[in-house]
Design a protein around this ligand. Structure first.
Ligand code: P6P
Length: 337
């Protein structure tokens, strides 16, 4: 039956056979994240109606003003994951430190979850797409006690699963467990994420490039030369200011997203753990590439702190390779690839 509805829950359960060691915990964890996404989606869609728009008044650990919806999404994700019993700790872009889950059913669980609860939150009040990004690792600390910092500072290659939700014209959850990438569109009439994009593969090249060209004068020489080349090649610039939305387009239509180092962010702006690693896992599983502007593979970088930033060049493999050639030709500092 070619058009039978396959829900996220059904797909996850059927995919459990991909994991020889899975005993259902990962399945339950992914389903709990799906529930949190539905709750956040409900509030994102009616944010203008309830007093949940605007600035929360606090600042996050990256010194950025926190939106009310940021905190709502953060609280809901923590609540759903705390209740799952499959997660022993969480780390969030909105929390200074990681949060061990101490409930009796959680503290010895196998997995830790890292997330950016609401990516692109500066776009919330103007009704532009925002997203949630998550990453799941197996804990490496002894499971007879609470999780430790080392559980969260693992390389991106150690991810067990990663995904994002884009709250846009429709709400789509895209995730991977290392066996390809699949997308599920939320059908509000039945409250289910339904399989809509099976085995997503990024085009080898594309016509879009995505970068905040407003920082052109602050880019390194190699980045300015590359941007000049994109213009010479008549590529189309698309930049929303929400990483999830900018990369979602590229995943489906081909292209390249870049957030390079700038004078304001010498290590890049985006967070390695909460944004770059999960989006890189998805991109590589879809046949794309993801490196930093020193040509290191993002998922090979060993994190040293929770809120570490990284520069990123991610997208169609041929376009990432073309960008590498500009770094090799024009960069004044040594590459690390
Ligand atoms: P800029 C949103 O605040 C975010 O973290 C990413 O989602 C987005 O790609 C980037 O920052 C936008 O940053 O400096 O272009 O406004």
């Amino acid at each position: 039956m070619p058009n039978r509805i396959v829900t996220l829950d059904e797909f996850i359960i059927k995919s459990q056979k991909d994991f020889h060691f899975a005993t259902g915990e990962l399945t339950a964890l992914l389903r709990d994240i799906g529930v949190a996404a539905k709750i956040v989606n409900r509030e994102v869609n009616r944010a203008g109606l309830v007093n949940i728009l605007g600035v929360h008044g606090a600042e996050n650990s990256s010194g950025e003003s926190v939106q009310k919806l940021d905190m709502y999404a953060n609280d809901k994700l923590i609540e759903c994951l705390s209740g799952s019993g499959e997660c022993c700790g969480i780390a969030s872009e909105e929390n200074e430190d990681f949060v061990p889950l101490k409930a009796i059913e959680s503290k010895n669980a196998k997995y830790v979850v890292l997330f950016d609860p609401l990516d692109g939150s500066s776009n919330i009040d103007v009704n532009v797409s925002v997203g949630t990004i998550f990453s799941i690792y197996r804990r490496i600390s002894p499971d007879d006690g609470p999780c430790k910092l080392e559980d969260f500072l693992q390389k991106g290659v150690e991810q067990i699963a990663a995904g994002y939700v884009i709250y846009g014209t429709s709400t789509i959850l895209v995730y991977t467990t290392g066996h390809g990438v699949n997308g599920f569109t939320l059908d509000p009439s039945i409250g289910e994420f339904c399989l809509s994009h099976r085995n997503i593969q990024i085009p080898k090249t594309g016509q879009y490039y995505s970068i905040n060209q407003g920082y052109y004068s602050k880019f390194d020489l190699e980045m300015r030369r590359y941007v000049d080349n994109c213009s010479d090649e008549n590529l189309r610039l698309r930049y929303i200011g929400t990483m999830v939305a900018d990369i979602h387009r590229i995943l489906f239509q081909g292209g390249i997203f870049l957030y390079p180092s700038t004078r304001k962010y010498p290590d890049g702006k985006l967070r390695l753990l909460y944004e770059c690693n999960p989006m890189s896992f998805i991109m590589e599983q879809a046949g794309g590439k993801s490196i930093n502007t020193r040509l290191q593979r993002i998922m090979d970088i060993k994190p040293t702190e929770l809120h570490q930033r990284a520069s990123i060049v991610i997208g169609s493999p041929q376009m990432v390779d073309e960008m590498k050639a500009f770094v090799e030709r024009y960069s004044a500092s040594p590459v690390l690839s």
